[in-house]
Ligand binder design. Structure first.
Ligand SMILES: Cc1ncc(COP(=O)(O)O)c(C=O)c1O
Length: 424
């Protein structure tokens, strides 16, 4: 008997599935192939599964004529051909901002900020959830679920509400209040667990095996979910005029996003949408939860789990599922993984806000501060073009900055008082 992981027997799988160009699942370690199904671990070598495609002819013109959301890239994603016809939050097509003032502060020539705070629930997680929902519908699930460090909770609860599905969202009870409220408002089943994310994740894996109709987006439909992160790479390339930047800095929690940005760039080259130019991928972590940065610095190819202790709670995954694959990508492309202290994270948030008028959450602070450190240590080349992925909104992590910022003064309602305060 072959073991299966998360593929309940009553759901559809195999030939009758329309997931566009997706044809099979392939194991990351040894390349074993198996039919498309809601499974996430190879039955052969027990490594994570990834989606394999048979891409047809794809042109820039086709994509440019598509909708102003991630479905313009549906010919590169594991989603049904008519995906845009179902209710969904329509994420993507966020701004790529030429960040000249930040570039000047950091001492680099050409810098871009991909501002993914512009998504429907204000983080890049809307992208991965939209793809997971589309695949889950095709497999016959009807409940959307997840363990989350916060942003995914928002995205799952909102996407399920839009689709008319129930949602079950598990979070560590210590999460930022804003992230709890911005999930609860969608009125799914939000469960706060007294434990850290790694406890919550373990719980979700057990529940996924028990509940046939629950699609845990980042567990049993993870191979499809994670493909949504490729759309960040697709958009960056398209917005740069169909070319790949030389350097990109990506925040790392589970590590999925970083590996998929790399996969996205490679696929664009493979199908001929961009020239296959070299690029370096850099990972950003908070020192209080830096298992991948630690492994990178020691030259390991495996990641030793840590107990997270950082204000960057969205990145607080102590045992990152894709950690080893982040190391592969970073080593293959000539990048690095670096980490920054919580003080540097707050500084990073403030630097981005002050120079570009973008208020990022703690993960964005990690990215900016890490980029600064990588520039100062010569790992990022200041003469090459760099893109920073800003993946979440500062309004969700106000507690990280509340003790550091505030009004310049509180004054009486008189012009003199304001004048005096401004003169200080
Ligand atoms: C804002 C934000 N950025 C980046 C990440 C990292 O994502 P990944 O788990 O794919 O590494 C997360 C994860 O929750 C996040 O919330």
């Amino acid at each position: 008997m072959t073991a299966t992981f998360g593929a309940p027997s009553t759901l559809r799988s195999g030939d009758s599935i329309d997931l566009g160009p997706a044809v099979e699942l392939i194991s990351k370690e040894e390349g074993h192939r198996q039919p498309l199904a809601p499974e996430f671990v190879s039955t052969e070598d027990f490594s994570p599964l990834e989606v394999a495609y048979d891409f047809g002819r794809i042109t820039r013109e086709q994509i440019e004529a598509g909708p102003r959301n991630i479905w313009r890239y549906k010919s590169l994603l594991p989603v049904p051909s008519n995906v845009e016809e179902y209710p969904n939050t329509e994420p993507g097509c966020t701004k790529l901002i030429r960040a000249d003032r930040l570039a000047k502060e950091l001492g680099v020539r050409r810098l871009w900020v991909k501002d993914d705070t512009g998504n429907p629930t204000h983080s890049f997680k809307d992208r991965v959830v939209a793809v997971a929902l589309a695949a889950a519908r095709e497999f016959g699930f009807n409940v959307l679920a997840c363990p989350s460090t916060g942003n995914l909770a928002n995205a799952v609860a909102a996407a399920a509400a839009r689709a008319g599905w129930d949602s079950v969202v598990l979070i560590p009870s210590s999460l930022e209040r804003a992230k709890i409220l911005t999930t609860a408002v969608y009125d799914g089943s939000l469960i706060a667990v007294d434990g850290n994310y790694d406890d919550v994740n373990r719980l979700a894996t057990e529940l996924a095996a028990e509940h046939e109709t629950w699609a845990f987006v980042n567990v049993n439909v993870r191979p499809y979910y994670s493909e949504g992160s490729k759309t960040l790479a697709f958009e960056v390339a398209e917005q740069l005029g169909w070319r790949i930047p030389s350097q990109i800095v990506v925040p790392v929690a589970s590590g999925s996003q970083l590996t998929k940005v790399d996969k996205g760039f490679r696929e664009l080259g493979e199908v001929g949408l961009v020239e296959q130019t070299p690029y370096k991928v850099f990972g950003a972590q908070a020192t209080g939860c830096a298992p991948v940065a630690n492994a990178f610095k020691k030259g390991y190819d495996v990641v030793q789990p840590v107990k997270p202790d950082t204000i960057a709670r969205s990145l607080a995954i102590g045992n990152p599922a894709d950690g080893p694959y982040v190391l592969d990508v970073v080593n293959r492309t000539g990048g690095a993984v670096e980490d920054v202290t919580d003080e540097e994270v707050v500084e990073g948030i403030r630097l981005l806000a002050r120079t570009e008028g973008i208020f990022a959450e703690t993960a964005g602070g990690v990215t900016v501060a890490t980029a600064k450190k990588l520039i100062e240590t010569g790992k990022i080349d200041p003469d090459e073009e760099t893109v920073l992925l800003i993946t979440g909104d500062g309004l969700k992590t106000l507690d990280a900055v509340q003790d550091h910022i505030g009004p310049k003064a509180t004054v009486e309602p008189s012009v003199d008082a304001v004048r005096a305060a401004l003169a200080d």
